[in-house]
Design a protein around this ligand. Structure first.
Ligand SMILES: [Mn+2]
Length: 337
């Protein structure tokens, strides 16, 4: 099911999330998930600027450092580090299945979730979550438009657009719908320069990142007659090339892009040598959100992730087993239909 732009346009003007933010006279903290991406950061920065214009007392924070590719975004230098040893009146978690995804304590009287992930934690009756939205910035965009469209300027639009292109893989993923393009058009009308944003986000690789990619591509393994592809990032690769986990962003797409591959994943070894961060990508046939959920993670139909403990071989085997199970379920569903 895809949400039609006409349905969005009809969205009621009284939105609980907006009403809650309007009412808040105290201190507001905006946060996003750890290992932050363009959608989480873009959502936070856009809402921050808008709330400032509304005269609100607002701050932003996240657990990790700002990935360098987002340093061009307006007000990115204002993002603080979690945890903040202070109790806020209201804390808003953006682009995450719950406050727990901040991966650090967040102290507030009340919590609010604005997001587009499937399922997740109910933080308050004012939560605004739409799993059919192409990005959290699309959800934030709807809120800001319904609140006061005139306050959306080029800076806010640029932050919203960044989330839109990063979460949709530049309009390539299954989550892309009519609203994604309508929203992009709207943001360009507000002054966004699409070519500038794309080159800032996607074309600032360091030579070392390509050296790392070279090593990671050599770990490619194929399973199930070429339907599953895996890549591995070992700590040793990062050390040898002087890179960090952040530099592996997008690598999984090389495996996803192989002809015949239905599910691709990348396993990234953490410094403790026993924890792995896994990103799983699908092409529409297999629901990778369900695969990630089996391993304690979450995400979307075509892009999901989880964390697992164990040796490289153990973790890879568990993942392949979970993917094969989901492929079987898919086959059964096709037969019934
Ligand atoms: Mn997102």
């Amino acid at each position: 099911m895809r949400i039609k732009i006409s349905e969005v346009a009809k969205m009621e003007k009284v939105v609980p999330a907006i009403e809650r933010l309007k009412r808040e006279e105290g201190e507001i903290l905006l946060v996003t998930h750890h290992n932050p991406d363009g959608d989480g950061i873009g959502s936070m920065l856009a809402l921050y600027q808008f709330l400032k214009k509304q005269g609100k007392n607002v701050r932003m924070a996240m657990k990790d450092d700002l990935p360098q590719v987002y340093d061009f975004l307006p007000y990115a230098d204002k993002i603080e580090k979690l945890p903040i040893n202070h109790k806020f009146n209201l804390a808003v978690i953006l682009d995450a299945a719950g406050m727990y995804r901040a991966d650090a304590p967040v102290y507030a009287d009340e919590y609010l979730r604005i997001d587009h992930h499937i399922g997740g934690v109910f933080e308050s009756i004012n939560d605004y979550v739409d799993p059919y939205a192409p990005s959290t910035t699309t959800v934030v965009g709807r809120l800001l438009k319904a609140w006061d469209e005139n306050l959306i300027d080029k800076d806010i639009a640029t932050c919203l657009y960044t989330g839109l292109i990063t979460d949709t893989g530049s309009f390539k993923h299954n989550i892309v719908n009519e609203e994604a393009f309508e929203f992009a058009k709207y943001l360009v009308e507000k002054g966004v320069d699409p070519s500038y944003v794309s080159s800032m986000v996607f074309e600032r690789n360091k030579p070392q990142t390509l050296q790392l990619l070279n090593k990671v591509l050599s770990t490619l393994k194929m399973y199930e007659g070429g339907k599953i592809a895996s890549l591995t990032v070992r700590q040793q690769f990062l050390q040898e090339t002087g890179t960090t986990e952040e530099d592996t962003e997008g690598f999984v797409n090389f495996a996803r892009g192989i002809d015949g591959v239905e599910v691709a994943f990348i396993m990234i070894e953490k410094p403790d040598h026993q924890t792995w961060r896994i990103s799983i990508r699908g092409k529409g046939n297999v629901n990778v959100q369900k695969v990630a959920a089996k391993c304690g993670g979450g995400g979307h139909r075509d892009a999901a992730g989880c964390r697992m403990k164990g040796s490289e071989e153990e973790v890879r085997e568990k993942l392949i087993k979970a993917i094969k199970e989901e492929m079987e379920i898919q086959k059964e569903t096709v037969k019934i239909n």
